[in-house]
Design a binder for this molecule. Structure first.
Ligand code: SF4
Length: 317
């Protein structure tokens, strides 16, 4: 009969998520901080992929960027300094249905968390890791971090940072069983979005090095790349970060780089003068620890429980 619900109902999904559905608390980062751009990119990916907020978790350590989980209206875990990666691996091992975004900084990941950096990448669990690199400890007000450029005056080195900075990508590309290593910049929202989306789609641990502006403590540190796009080298390949025409137009210096070529990726990571951005390395066949966890010892929950009871019974008095 005309007028019944089946006559007029539209084919709309039961739930449709807008950006507001992923917006948590008001972001308290400084104005113009690059962290805002990364947060927007992640929220857009969640919206575009229509990820139910209850199927997403943001995990972080300590630092400015580690406030990330507070600004996502999803599950979140703001952990201890340097411990974002083991927490993220733990979450993924128990809740493989959740998509895990990790926010960590150059101090959090490459200093106190360096051991976890090596091993989480070797475990290659299906999580997306974003390393926000602003070349300084911002939360503790301008202390030298592992990536601070030599000579930069900081509160811990008033005469200028003494040691050469750690090369994040060169180091990462030396780890065992890596599967996805990319770099992008916070000031190019299209490239940032597409790199993170490509990382999100990768099955395995995707590690994205993000050059992140900190106008408060390392103002102007990336200006040579921002003001002069000729200093940026855009990596292109059919398996790489999809080339958006606007991005390709902006960066005239481009290079076809097959992300399967690890040796070339290492050479590119060592470039001085120009900044390569895009997908450095991709190996979709690297073993995932998730697969091992699925099988474990091949025992059912009941068998595990019975085994545990038996062991405990040995100590019964
Ligand atoms: Fe961002 Fe730097 Fe401010 Fe921290 S101190 S919120 S990194 S601009």
């Amino acid at each position: 009969m005309f007028g019944l619900k089946e006559d007029w109902s539209l084919e709309v999904p039961e739930r449709y998520f807008t950006l507001e559905n992923y917006a948590g608390g008001v972001a308290r980062w400084c104005p113009s901080c690059g962290d805002h751009a990364v947060l927007s990119a992640v929220q857009k990916i969640c919206r575009d992929e229509q990820l139910p907020p209850e199927k997403v978790v943001a995990v972080s350590g300590i630092g400015c960027s580690s406030r990330f989980p507070h600004y996502m209206h999803t599950y979140g875990f703001h952990g201890l300094h340097g411990r974002a990666l083991p927490v993220a691996c733990g979450v993924k091992s128990r809740r493989p249905d959740l998509h895990v975004w990790v926010a960590t900084g150059d101090g959090d990941c490459c200093s106190i968390g360096a051991g976890h950096w090596v091993h989480a990448l070797r475990y290659n669990m299906d999580i997306t890791v974003m390393l926000f690199d602003n070349n300084v400890y911002g939360l503790t007000k301008k202390q030298t971090s592992p990536t601070t450029p030599q000579g930069l005056v900081t509160n811990t080195h008033p005469g200028g940072a003494w040691l050469p900075p750690l090369n994040v990508l060169q180091t990462t590309l030396g780890f065992t069983n890596i599967s996805f290593v990319a770099r992008t910049v916070d000031w190019n929202p299209l490239h940032l979005y597409q790199t993170l989306k490509r990382a999100y789609e990768h099955k395995g641990l995707s590690f994205v090095h993000i050059l992140q502006r900190c106008p408060t403590y390392t103002e102007g540190i990336f200006e040579q790349f921002r003001n002069n796009p000729e200093n940026v080298l855009l990596l292109t390949h059919e398996n790489g970060v999809p080339a958006d025409p606007a991005v390709a137009k902006m960066y005239k210096n481009q290079m076809e780089h097959d992300p399967a070529d690890l040796n070339r990726a290492r050479e590119l990571a060592d470039e001085s003068g120009r900044l390569p951005i895009g997908l450095f390395y991709w190996n979709p066949n690297a073993p995932l620890y998730d697969e091992y966890l699925k099988v474990g010892m091949g025992m059912t929950q009941e068998e595990k429980k019975a085994g545990l009871e038996k062991e405990l019974d040995r100590f019964a008095i």
